[in-house]
Ligand binder design. Sequence first.
Ligand SMILES: Nc1ncnc2c1ncn2[C@@H]1O[C@H](COP(=O)(O)OP(=O)(O)OP(=O)(O)O)[C@@H](O)[C@H]1O
Ligand SMILES: [Mg+2]
Length: 253
Amino acid sequence: MSEVLLKTVELRRTFGGLAANDRVSIELRRGEVHALLGPNGAGKSTLINLLSGDLAASSGQVFYRGQDITGLTPHERSLIGIGRSYQKTNIFPGFSVRENVRLAAQSRQPRAGRIFSDATAFAPYRQAVDDALAAARLGDVAERRASELSHGQQRQLELAIVLATRPQVLLLDEPLAGMGHEESLRMLDMLRGLVASHAILLVEHDMDAVFSIADVLTVMVNGVVLRTGTPEQIRSSPEVQQAYLGSEEAAHG
Ligand SMILES: Nc1ncnc2c1ncn2[C@@H]1O[C@H](COP(=O)(O)OP(=O)(O)OP(=O)(O)O)[C@@H](O)[C@H]1O
Ligand SMILES: [Mg+2]
């Protein structure tokens, strides 16, 4: 079995009287796309926020490579290898694609390193920028302004911004949202190319996309994990069908 990078134990987060996450225990392994499914309000984004540190846990723990990181800030988690995408908020529209990625890469530099302005001091993250642009397939448009990119390319830029921090774990909350079919396929292909060296947690509503890419799926309903399993196990699970997949089909068709 591959290395467990991120793990939660009995994670809980309440908002007033509502448990948005309750007793959530999951494992993310390197080399796996782990899809997080569930109806609106199930607690998927809350879990992503608890993993990235954007939300504090009410109780329970988050472990990164065996180390308890429950108390770390989002920036501290980014520094040790946990990358998450935000929906657009990280993109500076007036800056070039490359500059956007460079700013993200620079955020990983130790503070002392930032005082050097000569080219050689920048070499380590220049490589990170080039690698991120290549992995997100934005090499050809690197000098364009971010505002000139298509919607799909802007989502690729969000991915490049995360990759520039050289994460081990990718937390992606609906990276295919608003994309056309071709754009979605391109993004899925990119994620497949990244999975060997990363653990990927993917929240996605498009069932065809989810089942085409996920190695492991976790279904959440009302803040709790209903089931974790392989695509076959999830598809054939009566409880999942009853609680979620059945209602999705009823809703869409
Ligand atoms: N900051 C907040 N304050 C109060 N309630 C919140 C907050 N964030 C989330 N919630 C509530 O927690 C529950 C889970 O929300 P969450 O956003 O995690 O769901 P989700 O599974 O991501 O849904 P969707 O598929 O619609 O994105 C919902 O009932 C939501 O209203
Ligand atoms: Mg959500």
